[in-house]
Design a protein around this ligand. Structure first.
Ligand code: ARG
Length: 459
């Protein structure tokens, strides 16, 4: 059989042109969605009396047979049929004969491909939300096991104030919750039907777009036919959301890599999630977080790529828009790959509580609290800051930490110090003193975990 659009042509397509313009190599991923859309379209053609019922039955039957063959790997796609839409139509006509040619009545590949993309992304967004939930569950599990584990909290990667390790993990739970919320919000704009826009202007057939939308579970139809076939905002939005998710995963990755180093030694990733070195027998490398950090680049690249493809494109469809697919598929695969690994990797991570404790015991992250202690005794905060700065300097010069100082040593810096300072300086006291909503005090972190679990259970 020749090209589906061959009528107007007098020559064969140049073989290199066929190769260059074909998208079948990657858009075959849309086969299921393409057939789903066609089934709804043809059902509408019957309902609206555009194609006789018996022809519609034959077409539906044929589409289902083509779908089975695709699933069984029995369909050989051909580059000369350019894309998934024409490959499927060709296969349908081979299956049921010329009547298969009625499927494309009142439709264009322009509104067809857009519909496929909406169907595809709708499913992926739901799946990704579930994967983010899994990751949150792992993080919450670790947080619950670490409600009494204190680590130094950092600013500028310098030890700042002690915090619960659980509190640190719950920060990521909040970040991933925003990611989930963003994906759910984007669903509104994904779940809109372009079909019925035709090539660009609508169609002369008395179709019923709302009926198709209802059958496919779309919440509505595009208002404007030009916009329907040329809008790729929903893909851009997905790529933006994906970029932010990858950025979050990359920040967590960076921390895991740091924490796994001998220098930190805060956590140990399970052997099943690490790899070794071909030369250095002692090595256990955190390849997964490193690669997630690295792959964040390609997801950002996909977003920038599509933004650039779309800029300056005149309305309506342009072949440039075929470039929307590979970056989107790659982003979905990259994101799903990362999330699938992260949930079990976090769940099986060993937390080195002893080492964390040692870190907290050998730093000055309790310094703010003695400044606050002096403020409690009536000293203005700025003066208290100065006094403690000097006290810390004295400690550094004498190889001591604040808890090592005798009361007389404290009193050299201020007569306001008394015995109660030792209780104030304990890491537990310091942590629990931050008893504000969203703070690191154990009761607050427990409450935060409770709220996060509540959100997870209702979603
Ligand atoms: N493969 C094409 C794409 O992905 C389908 C739409 C083709 N439409 C056209 N008028 N050539 O964009």
């Amino acid at each position: 059989m020749s090209k589906l659009w061959g009528g107007r042509f007098t020559k064969q397509t140049n073989a290199l042109v066929e190769q260059y313009t074909a998208s079948i190599g990657f858009d075959q991923q849309l086969a299921e969605e393409d057939i789903q859309g066609s089934l709804a379209h043809v059902t509408m053609l019957d309902k609206c009396g555009i194609v006789p019922q018996e022809d519609v039955e034959t077409i539906k039957d044929g589409l289902n047979r083509v779908l089975e063959k695709i699933r069984a790997g029995e369909v050989e796609y051909s580059v000369s049929d350019e894309d998934i839409h024409m490959n499927i139509e060709k296969n349908l006509i081979q299956e049921i004969g010329a009547v298969g040619g009625k499927l494309h009545t009142g439709r264009s590949r322009n509104d067809q491909v857009a519909t496929d993309m909406h169907l595809y992304l709708r499913n992926r967004v739901i799946a990704l939300t579930g994967m983010l939930h899994e990751l949150q569950t792992s993080l919450i599990g670790q947080a619950k096991d670490n409600l009494d584990t204190i680590i130094p909290g950092y600013t500028h990667l310098q030890r700042a104030q002690p915090i619960l390790f659980a509190h640190h993990l719950m920060a990521y739970v909040s970040m991933f919750q925003r990611d989930i919320d963003r994906l759910i919000d984007s669903y509104k704009r994904i779940n809109v039907l372009p079909l019925g826009a035709g090539a660009l202007a609508g169609t002369t057939f008395p179709i019923d777009r709302h009926f198709v939308a209802e059958q496919l579970g779309f919440d509505g139809v595009y208002e404007n036919s030009l916009d329907a076939v040329s809008d790729r905002d929903f893909i851009l939005e997905f790529l933006s959301d994906a970029s932010i998710i990858m950025m979050h995963l990359s920040r967590l990755s960076e921390e895991l890599v740091l924490w796994s180093s001998t220098e930190f030694n805060f956590v140990e990733l399970d052997d099943a999630f690490c790899t070794g070195s071909s030369i250095m027998p002692q090595k256990k490398n955190p390849d997964v977080p490193e690669l997630v950090r690295g792959k964040t680049g390609r997801v950002y690249g996909n977003l920038m790529g599509l933004l650039t493809v779309l800029k300056s494109l005149p309305l309506a469809y342009n072949k440039d828009m075929q470039e929307d697919k590979e970056g989107m598929f790659d982003t979905v695969a990259t994101l799903e790959g990362a999330l699938q690994l992260f949930a079990p990797m976090i769940a099986t991570m060993k937390v080195n509580k002893g080492r964390m404790r040692e870190a907290v015991n050998t730093d000055f992250s309790n310094a703010t609290d003695i400044a606050d202690f002096l403020v409690g005794k009536g000293l203005p905060f700025r003066q208290a800051h100065e006094v403690i700065g000097k006290t810390v300097l004295y400690c550094i010069q004498n190889g001591k930490f604040l808890l090592d100082l005798k009361l007389e040593e404290f009193q050299q810096f201020s007569p306001l110090f008394d015995d109660s300072i030792y209780e104030v300086l304990k890491p537990e006291t310091v942590v629990d003193a931050r008893n504000v909503y969203g703070g690191t005090a154990s009761v607050q972190v427990q409450a935060a975990i409770g709220r996060a679990e509540e959100t997870l259970s209702v979603s």
